[in-house]
Design a protein around this ligand. Structure first.
Ligand SMILES: *[C@@H]1O[C@H](CO)[C@@H](O)[C@H](O)[C@H]1NC(C)=O
Ligand SMILES: *[C@@H]1O[C@H](CO)[C@@H](O)[C@H](O)[C@H]1NC(C)=O
Ligand SMILES: *[C@@H]1O[C@H](CO)[C@@H](O)[C@H](O)[C@H]1NC(C)=O
Ligand SMILES: *[C@@H]1O[C@H](CO)[C@@H](O)[C@H](O)[C@H]1NC(C)=O
Ligand SMILES: *[C@@H]1O[C@H](CO)[C@@H](O)[C@H](O)[C@H]1NC(C)=O
Length: 385
């Protein structure tokens, strides 16, 4: 933008402000709510509603106990942010694309699987800890769903009622929450903090590449979560005990890498808005909302944010080989690693994942637009800034 254009646009904003303050109707209120007839979600365990469970590893009891009263394919005691999001749009909970039993994709589909990364991981389940369904594969699955769902709809009847209508693909909300495991893979794969940090641009490139391909298939409203404060999770603080802590007890350098990821993600979205001008991109600062739960838990009705509710052992109640739902032998008897008394006042569920109570808290904050760029509420996320 040239110098004179800057002055002109500053002048225009000044006039706009005058106009706003001198009239009783605030123009942003005039934005209509969007019609999002479907949701297509991409991500990891933060938003997996049953993909990894259906394909590889179902979580066992006490997962799901708070809301579903049984394991429900989610790595939580209950619902996830994506569940609250779907509900707030008046939709049923999203079916996992990989689930072949009883699914209904008429309101969209969920391609997220727990342990997914953006980049191809080195160690894939069962040889290692990461999901084979990394973001490139999730895109390929979306491609399949988009074309085959229309063939199935043509069969009519019950088949049609299980698949999204063709026009839903351009009207849908596309949601993303992925990247945390790319950082985790580096931290647990013996890379130094600096090496993980240095891998961030390549991770972000992988993200942008997939966004462009999903846009080419018709996505126009994209709601993108940044990554959370990984250094506040028991699986980091318990595994790297010598890490320097910040004033609230989170591993500082690990959070610095997450913040660097978020900075690069935000920049990438600025570029994507230029490259893909027909789309509305919303960057959602989930990091800040989650961090506030660690910083001021009491203020929001929570306690012990750094301690896993369901787990065993040590200061953080977390031991990777005796995790939530495992059966372990203590003093010769077998016991289930179970839940704490009151998960509704806890932030962390199992050392890696958040409780339903925390997910609801995060959703309530982010749906208002207060943590978004542009600052539009969820229901207006189809409007381009
Ligand atoms: C799939 O879900 C939609 C929306 O709830 C419903 O109208 C349709 O009947 C469902 N299809 C089946 C076969 O249950
Ligand atoms: C990390 O290093 C340790 C010790 O050298 C080794 O046992 C472990 O296999 C390494 N992990 C990975 C993922 O390379
Ligand atoms: C990560 O890299 C960025 C960009 O080079 C740098 O500004 C930041 O200080 C680095 N952070 C860490 C924790 O190494
Ligand atoms: C973690 O759990 C395993 C299995 O119960 C146990 O053998 C090990 O001692 C525990 N580690 C710590 C540090 O408590
Ligand atoms: C195991 O036995 C020891 C010694 O009797 C006891 O102090 C400890 O509390 C027991 N642990 C559990 C989990 O029951």
């Amino acid at each position: 933008m040239g110098y004179s254009k800057v002055i002109i646009s500053l002048f225009c904003s000044y006039m706009l402000i005058l106009h706003i303050t001198s009239s009783s109707v605030i123009p942003t209120l005039a934005l209509k709510d969007c019609e999002f007839p479907a949701i297509f979600n991409f991500g990891d365990s933060n938003s997996d509603t049953g993909g990894l469970a259906a394909s590889l590893l179902p979580p066992t009891t006490p997962y799901g106990e708070t809301y579903f009263h049984m394991p429900a394919g989610r790595f939580s005691d209950g619902r996830l942010i994506i569940d609250f999001l779907a509900k707030s749009l008046g939709h049923p909970y999203l079916s996992a694309y990989l689930d072949s039993l009883g699914t209904n994709f008429s309101y969209g589909a969920n391609f997220a699987t727990a342990a997914s990364t953006i980049r191809l991981p080195d160690l894939i389940i069962p040889a290692g800890g990461f999901s084979p369904f990394y973001l490139d594969i999730q895109y390929m699955q979306f491609l399949q769903l988009k074309s085959r769902s229309q063939l199935i709809r043509h069969r009519g009847g019950i088949f049609a009622s299980l698949m999204p209508k063709e026009e839903y693909f351009s009207k849908a909300l596309y949601t993303f929450d992925i990247g945390q495991n790319d950082l985790g893979e580096g931290f647990f794969g013996n890379l130094t903090i600096q090496e993980v940090n240095a891998s961030v641009p390549d991770i972000i490139t992988g993200f942008s590449t997939n966004i462009k391909k999903i846009y080419d298939l018709g996505a126009r409203s994209l709601w993108i979560h940044n990554t959370g404060p990984i250094g506040c999770l028991p699986y980091i603080v318990a595994n790297f005990p010598s890490a320097e802590k910040d004033e609230i007890g989170c591993a500082k350098a690990y959070n610095e890498v997450a913040k660097h990821f978020n900075h690069e993600l935000k920049q990438a979205i600025v570029q994507l808005r230029k490259d893909l001008p027909l789309a509305a991109f919303t960057y959602v600062d989930v990091y800040s909302v989650k961090y506030s739960l660690f910083k001021e838990p009491e203020k929001y009705g929570f306690e012990l944010p750094l301690v896993a509710c369901c787990g065993s052992g040590g200061k953080y109640n977390y031991n990777a080989t005796a995790g939530c739902g495992a059966i372990i032998t203590v003093n010769g008897s077998q016991i289930l690693v179970g839940s704490c008394k009151n998960p509704s006042i806890r932030v962390n569920w199992d050392g890696i994942h958040y409780t339903e109570a925390a997910a609801k808290f995060v959703f309530d904050k982010i749906s208002t637009g207060a943590y978004s760029d542009p600052p539009l509420p969820l229901k207006q996320a189809c409007h381009r800034s």
